[in-house]
Every structure is written in structure tokens, then in C-alpha cells.
Design a protein around this ligand. Sequence first.
Ligand code: NAD
Length: 534
Amino acid sequence: MERPVNEPVLGYAPGSTERAALTAELARQSQERYLAPLHLGGERVLTRHRRPVMAPHRHTLQLAECAVAEAPEVERAIAAARSAHPDWAALSQQARSAVFLRAAELLAGPWRQRLNAATILNQSKTAHQAEIDAACELIDFFRFNAYYAELIAREQPSDAPGVRNQLELRPLEGFVYAVTPFNFTAIAGNLPTAPALMGNTVLWKPSPLAALSAQHVMELLHEAGLPPGVINCVDGDAELVSRVALDQPDFAGLHFTGSTAVFQRLWQAAAERLPRYRAYPRLVGETGGKDFLFVHPSAELQAVVVAAVRGAFEYQGQKCSAASRLYAPRSLWPELAERLVAVVEQLTLGDPADYSNFMGAVISRGAYERLRRAQRLARVEAELLVGGGGDDREGYFIEPTVVRVGSPDHALMTEELFGPLLSVWVYEDARLDEALSACESHPYALTGAVFARDRRHLEALSQRLRFAAGNLYLNDKPTGAVVGQQPFGGGRLSGTNDKAGSHWNLMRWVSPRVIKETFVPPLDHRYPFLGPGA
Ligand code: NAD
């Protein structure tokens, strides 16, 4: 397979065909009230227990009614994964890849606006944010993973005279449990499909906050020809589904993206059950972030302003990679603050189906309350530079907010808030090293960006912050990683750094077998050194 090229991002400019198609699809889905089933062994199952799926930006807009699984349905989903395993694992890599390559083509064409519209309505993303996520990134995941799967299969051990060695990539023995976050339809699509591509079968528990988008991903996979039982999707109480999944002796792996606390809980639950498992489960988790912008005194100011605004406020700061702490030198701060505030004051906030809005709503009542609390804390313990408001009358709207704190250890600099709140700490230029220490010693290590014009400083900062981020950006915003270009993931509390959308991630879902064949086996057990004589 040729190395894929990234899916081009459509612009949605006024008058464009893609904008007209998206607008029509938004109108259709806004009126649809989708009936979302469980997907068990290829069957769409509607349970009696249902829950509504609402748009975060409009309390009156119910998008879907979602069937909820109880323990028996979760067990049925796992049983379906089990029985699909032998046939799916026996298919060639090319045949499995073809399913996801077809899904990519469908999504690039007739399915594009279906997934984009669902993501706009369900997760409150703007057209651009939905396009780079639900369309482009998911297409890229499908295509690049198929490419990497072939690449790693090609890596073979050496032969020796009379001996042939083969390395075979087998799927794990058992099922993989995929648990996905609300904030990226692409991540939701990638977490169950990457292990499936490698021959595994999967129980997928999507975020209840992105249930509609998850449904459309499942339907896309059906359409692409994914055999029944390969991916089984259940909406249900997270603890219950996880308990049933982790209780199984053939629980073979967890593919998780979400908050640090939840991943740690799942890891502990798996560790407690370790003796009952047939094999050591693979635990892959990409988790929280508190991503930094470190500004050197030689930085180009306007580049910092744009990176801070885009990095901190696009998708309401609800990206794991969102900029949420900024270290600024005192020499640049007055002008940086002035320019930053001026741009943030212009940002438009509202229904993302209205193309004039730069930001939509935060995802839920819980997120809204958490961010309002942080804003109140900022008013008391920090200097509020811009924003600080919220409005939940129509939807969960939080103003883009910039605050200046007095210490790099303040809670606003250390805790993940997952919303449009940027905390700034101003350091003395002469104490650059102390500021770097504060930035470096942070408990999260997902993404970060350094800004400097002088190449020597750029290199020094990059070296000094070597372990502070799994994805480091030089003079750019810390968000927007592209599959195939910036494999994504971080360390420390931010995850196991297995780099989604790369061969490193795919390696976690296979258990290699090595086969040595000796063409002419020896027929005498004695070695020459055992012979007679000196
Ligand atoms: P979350 O942890 O609340 O939920 C993630 C998933 O875990 C959901 O499917 C949820 O239903 C499930 N879950 C919740 N409680 C559970 C429990 N007790 N047991 C089992 N499962 C449970 O996260 P979220 O709000 O959906 O997403 C935001 C978080 O995800 C942020 O912390 C963000 O940094 C992180 N994230 C990280 C990356 C990355 O690549 N590092 C990418 C996206 C999001």
C-alpha cells in the first residue's frame, strides 16, 4: 500500500457546495430525533431503558433517544465479540484493512456531512472543528492505520543458512474493551477500530455525551462491510459496563481515552483481577492534559497571541491538547496582555450551526458548573483579564477567559479544567530558568509549545522541556495534531504515550509469534567439540 496523503480539509466558505450540503444535513438531523440502538453481534437492539441525547448549545433540542444496556446486554456484546473472533482473526490483513479503507472512502464522500453534522449538534463543534475531527482525522486514522498495519507486518527477522524465520502478528486472545471520550468523534472511531484492524474483536463503550456521533460511526462501519460481532457498541452506565468487561477472564486489552482519574480506576480494577486473566491485558490510555505555552523573551508576539487564542479557545478549550497555562516574560507581558485581550473580546460564542460563531457551548451541565467555579476562584485569587462569564439559559455557554495568577503552583495552573480558561504566570526575564523548572515539573505531560525567534534559545528550551510533553510545538499552537504527521500522546499523568494513529499503537494490539523452520534437521545430538583427540 502506498503511504496515504492526509484528507484535505474543506473550507465551508459562504457559497461553497460543502457548506450547502452541511446546512441541509444540520436541518435534517435537528428534526430527526434518532433512535439509537445497541449494536450486539451485528444486530441493532432497542432496550426498554432509554435516555435522551441533547444538544449542549440548545436545551430544547433533543437529538436522539438512546437505548441503554444493562449487564445482560453487555454480556451479550462480549459473547458476540468472542464468537466473531476466530473468523475475523483468520482473515488476511489486506481483507481487514479493506473494510476500513472503504469506510474512509465513504466518509470522504457520501457520509462526510452526516458525521460532521452529528458532531456539530451533539458535541457543539463549529463546522471547521467538526471537519478536522469527524471527517479528516477519522479518514486519516482509517487510511494510515491500514498502511502502518502492512508496514509492521513487513518487518521480518533474518534467516540463516538452512533456516527460515517468520514473524507473524497475531491478535490478542480475548476481546478488547474500547472506552472513548466525548470530545473527538475521530478518537471515538479510532479506539475500537485500531484493535479490530489488527484482528481483534471489540466491546465499545462510547461517551454518553457523544452517543449520536458514535451511532453514525457504527452505521458507517456496517455500511463498509464490517462483519457482525467484530465491534459491539453499548451505551450504558460506565461503571457497570466496565465491571462486566473487566470481570471476564478473556479481557485482553483496554483502549481508553478520557480523564486521568477514570483511567487510573480502570487500571486498578484490572490489576485487582489480574490472577483471573488468561493473559496480561494491554492497557493503553491517553488521558488528561494541562498544556503549556512557554514564551521566551525573544518570541514573536503576534504568533503567541494567535496560538494562545486558537490553542486555548477553539472547541471551547475541550481538547486534551488545549493550551491552558502560559508562561510569559515580564518584558513582553504588557503588550501581549493587551493584544490577547483585544482578540479574545472579539470571539463570537453561540450556536455552532450558525457559521459566524467561533465557539459553541461546553459539553454538559457538569462541565459548565466546573468552569463557573474556576471563574469564581479566579475572581478571588487571580487577576481576571477578560471573560469570566457564563450563560446557561439556552445552552452551556462559557466565555473565553484569561486570568493571571501569582504563582506557577496555583490550582488554575496545575489542575485540568477542560474548558475555555487560560491561566497566565508572568516570570521575571532574569529568572527564566526558574520559570522553565516550574513548567517542566508539571504532573501532566501531553502537549506544549515554545516560542522564541533565536534558534539557540529554541533548541535550549526544547531540550530543557524534553520530558514535559509527548508532542512539542515550536512557534505553533499545541493543538491540531495530524495523523501521519504528528503521532499523538503524552507521558506522566497524560497517558501511556502509545501514539494514536501510528504503528506504535497498532503494536499494542498484536502478540507476535516467531516461527523458526530448520530445513534439514540435525540427526546426531553430538557437537564437534565432543569428538576424540586434543
Ligand atoms: P471521562 O474520563 O469523563 O470519560 C471518558 C470515558 O470514560 C467515557 O466513555 C465515560 O463514560 C467513561 N467513564 C467515566 N467514568 C467511568 C468509570 N467510573 N468507569 C469506567 N468508565 C468511565 O472523559 P471525557 O470528559 O469524555 O473526556 C475528557 C477527558 O479526556 C479530558 O481529561 C481530556 O484531557 C481527555 N482526553 C485525552 C486525550 C489524549 O489523547 N490524551 C484525548 C481526548 C481527551
